[in-house]
Design a protein around this ligand. Structure first.
Ligand SMILES: C[S@@+](CC[C@H](N)C(=O)[O-])C[C@H]1O[C@@H](n2cnc3c(N)ncnc32)[C@H](O)[C@@H]1O
Length: 244
């Protein structure tokens, strides 16, 4: 049908009415209120991550659980995206993947990560568009990173776009954060709220209801043998359905 002169297409109408929500023809469904995106340190995140931190952000018990989860979920032929990565990816050391793509905010950390075949630096709070083709990734990993996203809805929509049928996104975190860099929705909530919040954002963008894991871990070394706990392990795992 030829549009009548002066009539606007649906895209252009939505772009005008919902300018922040209508990006590249992909609808992003808001979940957070504006004040929930507020964080104490409003300076550019790139400044906070300018110096490399060659440290582990999570203890050995947490990391061992995460690596075991990856072993279960990621087939060796997979294209893996480690979003919000650093110098470590926690993947099983004896498994090779088709490709591991890394993203983060510090070039030196990413360059030192032995698991990455390629990487790029991008501030996801400034620009949520991922430079990856549609349906090009099998599994995306986000470890101790989601808690810093101020526009998580747009990231979840992008993850849906780039994930192949049958692919997954695995969001893992514990109970710690850089408080001043986390938006209010994270700083105000407890562990249960965090799990619910990540799941809600994914579902709102079209991901099927995710699987949720909440587990205790054992402290490293002698303390663990006598029952001391390590960093609690939380994960939200969403799978892109296979279409008939
Ligand atoms: C606590 S570290 C976790 C790093 C890594 N995933 C790990 O397991 O060690 C948080 C990471 O989130 C990423 N990050 C934080 N804010 C970001 C932003 N605004 N844009 C992109 N990445 C960000 C950085 O790559 C940073 O290394």
């Amino acid at each position: 049908m030829v549009p009548r002169s002066g009539s606007a297409s649906l895209d252009s109408v939505l772009a005008r009415v919902l300018p922040d929500l209508w990006r590249d023809n992909a609808m992003v469904v808001p979940v957070l209120a504006d004040q929930e995106r507020f964080k104490l340190d409003r300076s550019d995140d790139a400044l906070f991550y300018a110096e490399p931190r060659f440290v582990h952000h999570l203890d050995g018990g947490f990391r061992a659980r995460l690596t075991a989860l990856y072993r279960e979920h990621i087939p060796p032929c997979a294209v893996v995206l480690d979003l919000m990565s650093s110098w470590v990816s926690h993947l099983p050391p004896d498994v090779s993947y088709e490709r591991v793509i890394g993203h983060g905010l510090n070039e030196q950390e990413l360059a030192a990560n032995p698991r990455l075949n390629q990487h790029w630096v991008q501030n996801l709070n400034a620009d949520q568009r991922l430079p990856l083709a549609d349906a090009s990734v099998d599994v995306t990993l986000i470890v101790a990173g989601w808690q810093y996203l101020q526009q998580p809805e747009a990231i979840a929509a992008e993850l849906l776009r780039i994930t192949r049928q049958g692919g997954e996104v695995i969001v893992a975190f514990s109970n710690r954060m850089f408080f001043q860099k986390a938006p209010q929705v994270w700083t105000d909530g407890g562990d249960r709220d965090h799990l619910d919040y990540v799941a809600r954002v994914l579902i709102a963008q079209g991901w099927p209801t995710p699987v949720i894991l909440a587990e205790a871990t054992r402290a490293e070394g002698a303390l663990g043998w006598i029952g001391a706990k390590g960093d609690p392990f939380f994960a939200v795992i969403a799978s892109q359905p296979v279409k008939a």
